[in-house]
Design a protein around this ligand. Structure first.
Ligand code: HEM
Length: 508
């Protein structure tokens, strides 16, 4: 049958009648199935009517930043909702509600359930990581406690990686893809501490980690186009974690086997037992009698958490510096004065207030995710302003509007690199203004019990990277003073990946 015949049959036949019945039926079904209990919460970014909300979701994904800002301006201090292709998200605004959000216990508003659904991570990394996230206390306790003793190794790796990755800059102004260099440096420096010298410089291992981090970070935008029942399958196709873990096993498998056999023969403690991330994870995996592939899964997850976030944050900061090279001098003066006294150490990093303020301010104006402090309610609850939130709702705080609110930051829409240096100088408790310090007005690391446990590690690494660059290189953009616009794609924000910064080995 020719195509025109098919069209004629459809138009003239009973199909028109079927369609006329089916469409209202679908609308009715959808409105019955849609969460009626969210209808009292105002919608931003489009209509909340059945099916039309999909148009809203399209608009939200294209213009998330401005939709969130409009919602914030209209409803500050209250909640509003936005449509995504696979769900509604209720956005809580203003200090009081965001503070309430961070205090909600996991049993009533779950971070794990929210990351599973909103970012698709539960589907990508598998149910075990969701049910038993033992990597969190490892980061919080062992890794963070070891920062002082590990600093020398981290710094050595930073220094060597920059020298190897940017050799041409030794001679003249050379364009550098900062995001790519940042990913490699972060991967190498972090893995010096995660898995040790034996593997951390292996180019295939590093390539695997960076590729995994980039794929997982962008997968959230693809996975939200699938209904929940298909997400596990979609995650397998989009990310194929099993294949990545097999590749990781080629690098880490022999070391894991060696260490596991020592654990079996010598027990939990032996005199020269390694004291690194790999061993801490092996201990947990062995105690739970899990397969050794789970060690690799954990290492890869931590690398995803570290590489994507830290390299984006670093690139944002370098873009500000290259657009305003006049910031180099005050940064250099500080780094040189501090390292002259303290050497390159964690103590020195703690004394670099300008470096710290620069990174914190860059994180404030650029953010890492447009929605943060994400949770999914496990019970119905009523907020202090009387808003009823039914069970199973994803709730979150909006990053940009919070960070650009003049009530929270004077001149909040301008990048002011020394903002927190001034605040520290005026405050009796200067630690309140550090890069890693959280508050309902500063949300890039999340908030509350599930706030980023890796931020102390990240801050030290990023401060060492920035400090190293400012004392060793001159920096500028080809077109002076112009910073490339950030890219907003669906639920992600990133520095323009095409941005190139000119670097030249410092002459004076
Ligand atoms: C500048 C760098 C980083 C940024 C901006 C960042 C940001 C975040 C954010 C926003 C969250 C969610 C918190 C919430 O919603 O309340 C988070 C969670 C997490 N981050 Fe980071 N992160 C960074 C670096 C790191 C590093 C280096 C590691 C690992 C060493 C790490 C490990 C984690 C883990 C494991 C979680 C989940 C915590 C949990 O399950 O309770 N992050 N991070």
């Amino acid at each position: 049958m020719a195509f025109s015949d098919v069209v004629a049959t459809v138009v003239e036949g009973p199909w028109v009648a079927y369609m006329m019945c089916a469409v209202p039926l679908a609308l009715l079904l959808y409105s019955l199935l849609s969460p009626a209990s969210l209808r009292h919460i105002p919608t931003e970014g489009g209509s909340s009517l059945p099916l039309l909300s999909y148009l809203g979701a399209y608009n939200v994904l294209r213009n998330l930043r401005s939709v969130l800002q409009r919602g914030y301006d209209k409803h500050k201090g209250k909640a509003f909702k936005i449509a995504l292709p696979d769900r509604w998200v209720v956005v809580l605004t203003g200090k009081a509600l965001v503070d309430e959000l961070q205090r909600m216990p996991e049993e009533s508003a779950s971070f794990i359930d929210a990351t599973t659904e909103l970012t698709g991570f539960g589907y990508i990394w598998g149910p075990r990581m969701r049910k038993d996230p033992f990597h969190v206390p490892i980061i919080r306790n062992q890794l963070t406690r070891q920062l002082s003793s590990a600093f020398g190794d981290i710094y050595e790796e930073i220094e060597l990686s920059f020298q190897e990755l940017m050799p041409a800059c030794e001679k003249d102004w050379t364009p550098v893809h900062v995001i790519e260099v940042a990913r490699d440096v972060v991967a190498r420096a972090s893995n010096r501490v995660f898995v040790g010298l034996r593997v951390c410089r292996n180019p295939d291992y590093l390539d695997m980690l960076v590729d995994c981090a980039v794929s997982v970070a962008s997968a959230r935008n693809t996975l939200m186009l699938f209904p929940s029942v298909l997400k596990t399958f979609a995650a397998k196709v989009v990310v194929n974690m099993d294949r990545r873990i097999r590749r990781g096993m080629r690098h880490l498998g022999p070391i894991i086997e060696e260490r596991m056999s020592l654990l079996r023969s010598l027990g939990n403690d032996w005199s020269d037992k390694p004291d690194d991330m790999l061993q801490w994870i092996i201990d947990e995996v062995a105690a739970r009698q899990m397969p050794k592939e789970d060690v690799v899964r954990n290492i890869m997850f931590l690398n995803f958490a570290a590489i994507h976030t830290s390299s984006n944050s670093f690139t944002h900061a370098i873009y500000h510096l290259a657009a305003n090279p006049e910031y180099l001098r005050p940064l250099r003066e500080e780094v040189e004065a501090v390292t002259a006294k303290e050497g390159w150490s964690k103590t020195a990093m703690g004394r670099m207030w300008r470096i710290d303020s620069f990174l914190r301010e860059s994180q404030r104006v650029n953010s890492i995710n447009p929605l943060t402090v994400i949770r999914r309610t496990r019970t119905s609850l009523t907020l202090s302003d009387g808003t009823f939130i039914p069970q199973g709702t994803v709730i979150a705080a909006p990053a940009y509007p919070t960070h650009f609110d003049d009530e929270n930051y004077v001149g909040g829409d301008t990048f002011d690199p020394w903002r927190y240096v001034r605040e520290k100088e005026q405050d009796l408790s200067p630690s309140k203004h550090q890069y890693v310090t959280l508050s309902p007005e500063y949300v890039p690391f999340g908030l509350g019990k599930r706030a980023c446990p890796g931020r102390f590690f990240a801050a030290n690494e990023l401060k060492a990277m920035l400090a190293y660059l400012v004392v060793n290189y001159d920096v500028k953009f080809e077109k002076e003073g112009v910073r490339p616009e950030n890219m907003h794609v669906g639920l992600t924000i990133s520095p323009d990946p095409a941005g190139k910064v000119l670097f030249r080995k410092r002459r004076s």
